[in-house]
Design a protein around this ligand. Structure first.
Ligand code: MN
Length: 423
């Protein structure tokens, strides 16, 4: 099941003339404001966001999981589904795998299949938060921080294996997210746990090929509810510094306590050249993993306003959607998330950074706020459609997805009861 260029052109036909009118009107308005729309469009065309293999099926909560139907059961089917998203949007040109869920039988075959869909392999993800049947030591009380040397070594070896698999697929980075922590006061020696984690990470880091990057993800709580070893950006930054220049912090939007100023964290990490990866999602209360931009779109815009000012010494971060879909069709949800990311990015590109800086220097607080609002409140969606159209994607991906009856066809092929591996 795939969508080819001819199908997309057919699906676009009915909306084209209306789009053209809307785009030309918007372009004229923006050019009057001194905005180079062609530059914004080409930047939008270049933006590629990775889709994680575990976001293609229905997500569960600790209370239950409701299957969606037509979910991908194999790695090949997951690649196929990302291929569908990429055909429609031309902005999801990479897949992020999770080992052991996505261990390929034949990496060369998988690599070729991804290439057919125009996909590359983004960061590899290790898993030391669950026990696998074949392993000798349990991660119940931690992995890279574990008090038992053998358990720690097992977790390190797993990460090395993930790197090996990644090398065979052409990936260039490893993301480590640890569930390690404690549920009760007194359970863990904070200092020793952090030191053991640092030493474990260093061993993994030194195993990586020289052109690889290590992304260290942080999270304040869950699944541990009293302490997490890598609880915040500061701890992640400390560990990345200890590892070396190819180790970076990874910001997951859902991994912050309520009302944390994430845009400020982004700015601080960019200043130090240590922002390596970004996981997009949205939340109201905790790590809710909701559709990007569904709850706090203004925050997303403010974050992008920092990201577009990335200094040269910070390499371009790896973008990924890390969301879960309890209710919606996972592919529709991902289409919505991609559009929210592109919109926030484009809005940030419209900001007159020079004028904003001038307002800051002269302490004109009102004007600084007005400059941001001018960009954030403009409806520039025709610009997103235009960029997609020029790249060979669908004018309106969600519409096209429904008109092409993608989900119905996936259910026809895979049945109603397939279960995608993941959480
Ligand atoms: Mn994440």
């Amino acid at each position: 099941m795939s969508i080819n260029k001819d199908q997309i052109q057919d699906l676009n036909r009915s909306g084209e003339s209306q789009h053209q009118q809307q785009f030309e009107f918007l372009q004229e308005q923006l050019e009057i404001q001194g905005i180079n729309t062609e530059s914004v469009i080409s930047k939008l065309q270049a933006l590629q966001v990775a889709i994680p293999s575990w976001a293609l099926g229905a997500g569960g909560t600790r209370f239950g999981r409701f299957s969606y139907g037509g979910e991908p059961a194999t790695l090949e089917e997951k690649i196929n589904d990302v291929g569908i998203i990429h055909s429609l949007t031309r902005s999801a040109g990479a897949i992020s795998l999770h080992i052991p869920w996505d261990t390929p039988e034949d990496p060369e075959v998988i690599r070729k299949l991804a290439a057919v869909h125009g996909l590359t392999f983004d960061a590899m993800n290790s898993n030391t938060f669950q026990d696998q049947q074949s392993q000798n030591h349990s991660y119940k009380y931690g992995s890279l921080c574990h008090t038992n040397d053998l358990c720690r070594q097992q977790a390190i070896e797993h990460n090395k294996q993930v790197i090996d698999i990644g090398v065979s697929l052409g990936s260039k980075s490893l993301t480590v997210w640890l569930a390690d922590g404690s549920c009760f006061p007194g359970q863990l020696n904070f200092r020793k746990a952090l030191e053991r984690t640092m030493n474990s990470l260093k061993e993994i880091y030194h195993y990586m090929p020289a052109d690889w990057k290590l992304f260290i993800e942080y999270k304040p709580y869950e699944p541990n509810f009293y302490s997490t070893v890598i609880q915040d950006w500061g701890t992640s930054h400390l560990l990345a510094n200890e590892c070396g220049e190819n180790a970076f912090c990874l910001v997951d939007l859902g991994h912050h306590l309520p009302n944390t100023n994430i845009e400020q964290i982004v700015a601080t990490l960019l200043w130090k050249g240590k922002l390596g990866g970004f996981h997009f999602n949205d939340s109201k209360y905790g790590d809710d993993d909701l559709t990007v931009g569904s709850i706090k779109p203004y925050q997303l815009f403010l974050i992008f306003n920092e990201l577009v000012n990335r200094p040269d010494h910070n390499p371009s971060p790896a973008w990924m959607i890390d969301a879960s879909h309890n209710l919606k069709d996972p592919l529709e949800d991902l289409l919505q998330s991609l559009e929210a990311i592109r919109l926030a990015y484009a809005q940030a590109l419209l900001v007159d950074q020079q004028a904003l800086e001038q307002a800051r220097i002269s302490n004109d607080v009102t004007l600084a706020q007005e400059i941001l609002h001018r960009s954030y409140r403009a409806d520039i969606r025709p610009l997103l459609s235009e960029a997609r159209l020029r790249s060979g994607g669908a004018l309106y991906p969600l519409d096209a997805y429904r008109k092409a009856a993608v989900r119905e066809k996936l259910i026809e092929r895979r049945g109603l009861n397939t279960v995608a591996t993941g959480l």
